[in-house]
Write a protein that binds this ligand. Structure first.
Ligand code: ZN
Ligand code: ZN
Length: 101
């Protein structure tokens, strides 16, 4: 469930500036991250999704980008459909950026 204020702001902004297609297709997004399931008893440090600002909960699905930053899969998928950058470090999520679609 995505209810992040930040994400909603971004979506609203995107609507205002129009459809600038710098995002990725769903297929490319799935190829540019590593999916994992969060278990607090396996991971020492507490994690937080930088997009919705919620802490990770057990059994939530996370996606880790090439740069090593992780987010909820749902959150980062929506983000990357708009922008091909990591929300934290601004690295390209997908190296072979194609602007054809
Ligand atoms: Zn999130
Ligand atoms: Zn990053």
């Amino acid at each position: 469930m995505i209810s992040g204020y930040f994400l909603q702001e971004l979506l609203a902004l995107e609507e205002r500036i129009g459809n600038v297609s710098t995002g990725l297709s769903e297929e490319t997004i799935l190829r540019s991250m590593v999916e994992m399931v969060y278990h607090s008893n396996q991971i020492q440090e507490e994690g937080q999704c930088a997009i919705c600002l919620e802490e990770y909960k057990d059994t939530e699905k996370l996606g880790t980008l090439n740069c090593g930053h992780d987010f909820h899969v749902g959150c980062i998928s929506q983000w990357l459909q708009m922008k091909n950058v990591c929300p934290i470090c601004k690295d390209s999520a997908s190296s072979n950026t194609s602007k054809e679609q």
